[in-house]
Structures are given as C-alpha cells and as structure tokens.
Design a protein around this ligand. Structure first.
Ligand code: SF4
Ligand code: FES
Length: 372
C-alpha cells in the first residue's frame, strides 16, 4: 500500500471535502437488470479490494470530513465482510447506508447489520407486480424475497427507502408501487428513471416511455405527494430526455461525491468509466484526499472553466454545472459537450426526436448480461 506518492506534480486546487462516498464493494450481482448503469466491462471478484484496504479508505474519508458512506455495487451483500466494514464505518462516525437488491439477505443478517451500526437500508424494486418484476431483474422469486426483507428491515427498526426504477415496461404500475412503499412502511420512495449509460444504453429502446406516459406519471406523483404528506417522501425526477434543463448530476462533477469502484479506482460518478478518455487513480496508489484534490479525472470538469457555449455564459452554469458528463458522452461522443438534456444544447431536438420515436415503437427484447 502506498499513499501520497510524488511521481506526478501535485496541482493545488481548493476544493471542499466531499459529503459522501459511494463504496461499490463488488460488481457481482445475482440480478441482471437490463438498465444496469455499471460499466459494460465489470471488475471481477478477484480484483476486489480487501477488507483492510476498505477500512483504511474509510478512515481516510473520515479524516477528509466525509459524513456518509453508501455501500453499493453490483450487490454489496455478496461481500462477507459487509458487517465488518459497516462496524468500522460506524465506529469512525460515518452515517452508513446500504443500497441492495435484498435477494441475498435474511432476517439474521439484517439484524446483524443493524447491530453493527447500519443506519439505513435502500431496497431496489423492479415493479409492484411479481411476474414482471422477476422478468425485469431476471431472477425468479426475487420480488417475494424483497418484500420479506423489507419487513425484516422495519422489524429491526431501520428506516427503509424503496428504490423503483420506472420505465415504459412498468410505469403503468406506478400507483401500485406507491401503495407498496406505504404498505412496507418505507419513509422514502425514489421514483428513479433509467439513466442511459453503461449497460442501460444497449436497452434504451426497451425502456423509453412516451412523453404522454411521463406526463401521467408526474400527475400521479404530484397527487400522491399531497395525499401522503407526513407518511411517505417521494423523490421524482423527470427523465432527462424529456426535460428542459439537465439534472444536477452528482451535485456537480467533483463537488460533493466520490465513488470507489470494486478494484479501488476513484471515480467522480458511478458511470464515469464509460468515458474512455478519463484516467482514474486508485486508492492502492494514493490517499483518498490526494485523489480528490489532484486526480486528472476529477479536475477535468470541476468548476466552469471547461465549459463550452452555451453553458459558459449561461446563468445556470453554477446551478446544474452543465449537466451530466456521462450522458453528454453517451449521446454526442464528446464528454465536454453541453448535456443534450438541456434544450439550449444544439443536439437537444435531434435526441428528443430519437427518444420519442423509440418510445412509440414496439419495445425490443431485453438484452441481459451475466454479472459475476
Ligand atoms: Fe445548464 Fe449549460 Fe443548459 Fe445553461 S446551457 S442550463 S449551464 S446545461
Ligand atoms: Fe457521470 Fe452524470 S452519471 S456525470
């Protein structure tokens, strides 16, 4: 293990400490969701960081002033040391969150995680209806298992968030998904839209809803928010392809969050490896703080100096930071372009038209991949 090496000139950049670290413990996963945003080339289990390195990195994050760690993947519960890492992070004072498909959990393990200091669990659901949910995740019996585990989470006294990725093949069940979250006693529901990078881009036509479907979904969410005020918080973001302005991806590149992939590469976002020109540094070679401040990949799109027009002179440039770099690359081939989700982008009309055309055609079969 080495840290703070001197082989590259250290650029002094004034940056605030990140708020949270997403620790992708493993790319292995029992599910095969066709909207997976992990890279097309996944890290093998044999390349994963060991327990001692993760613990060292957690300590480095705390020393930087990080407040939260999100254990994610792939499926983080494939790691037998999840309890040990949770305990380590909790003892170090971090707020700990688990983002899981839940299908590998049982009651004893949920209780153990609660005992060692897990603060919150997020379970992903593919639908409210079991047959369709299991088809989307390509995992028989998965939905039933998720419902059971959600019950164990609440029984253990842990707060629960339901993550529901919605698209044209399950959006018609949105009202039932909201009812399911209430029945599971979740405190939050994330109605997420498919983000089209990584593996998901291969399946875009299978997922793209029409504008009318989305308008309906927005009405459903608005009325549920009023009805369920004080019971369930619903997070909902209009999908990029139909938005007028882009999402503030990751709170701005290299501003609030960092991701550590299973092999120890430190990324500005979970999909950054989809941009081939970027070079990432590893926690095996440098301290987390050094990487946060000096990594080429982080500094490339930090701030506003890199921006082209129309972002450069736009009054929203320090609000949305030019949108999502991964999406800009996926849709235009240029990671420095204005995110085409913005209707000020010269590419917006063309891409909106393409999405709308796909959404009106018969959806193709899913392309699944075997993970791990
Ligand atoms: Fe954001 Fe750039 Fe669009 Fe302005 S032009 S709203 S900064 S993406
Ligand atoms: Fe990478 Fe948006 S997902 S910047």
């Amino acid at each position: 293990m080495t840290t703070d090496v001197k082989e590259r000139p250290v650029k002094k950049v004034k940056v605030e400490a990140p708020l949270a670290v997403l620790a992708e413990l493993s790319h292995r996963c029992p599910l095969q969701c066709p909207y997976c945003s992990n890279p097309v080339n996944l890290e093998k289990g044999s390349n994963e960081l060991d327990t001692a390195t993760w613990c060292r990195v957690i300590d480095e994050a705390v020393a930087m002033g990080v407040h939260q760690v999100h254990f994610s993947g792939g499926e983080p519960t494939v790691r037998k040391d999840l309890e040990q890492l949770t305990q380590h992070a909790s003892d170090a004072g971090l707020y700990t969150n688990l983002i899981t498909s839940a299908v590998l959990l049982n009651e004893a393990r949920v209780n153990k995680l609660a005992d060692v200091g897990m603060n919150h669990i997020q379970i992903s659901f593919q639908d409210s209806e079991a047959t369709n949910a299991d088809r989307i995740g390509n995992f028989k019996g998965g939905h039933k298992k998720k419902l059971e585990v959600a019950g164990y989470v609440r029984k253990a006294g842990l707060p629960l968030t339901v993550n529901a990725v919605m698209h044209r093949q399950n959006l018609h069940h949105l009202e039932e998904v909201i009812d399911m979250a209430v029945a599971l006693d979740a405190e939050r529901l994330e109605v997420a839209q498919v983000q089209y990078y990584g593996w998901a881009l291969k399946n875009r036509a299978a997922f793209m809803p029409t504008y009318e479907q989305l308008a309906w979904a927005t009405d459903v969410v608005e009325s549920a928010r009023k009805r369920l005020k004080g019971t369930l918080v619903i997070d909902y973001v209009v999908p990029d392809y139909y938005a007028r302005r882009p999402k503030v991806c990751m709170g701005g590149w290299g501003r609030r969050f960092l991701n550590i992939n299973p092999a120890g590469l430190v990324l500005p976002c979970h999909a950054a490896e989809s941009i081939p020109s970027l070079k990432f540094d590893s926690v095996k070679d440098h301290s987390l703080e050094w990487i946060w401040e000096n990594s080429e990949a982080f500094n490339k799109f930090r701030g506003t100096d890199w921006m082209p027009e129309p972002c450069r002179s736009c009054d929203r440039r320090e609000i949305d930071w030019g949108g999502c770099r991964c999406q800009a690359f996926a849709l235009t081939g240029d990671e420095s372009a204005t995110d085409p989700a913005c209707d000020l982008s010269p590419q917006h009309e063309k891409i909106f038209g393409m999405a709308s055309k796909e959404a009106h055609e018969k959806p193709p079969e899913f392309i699944y991949r075997r993970i791990g």
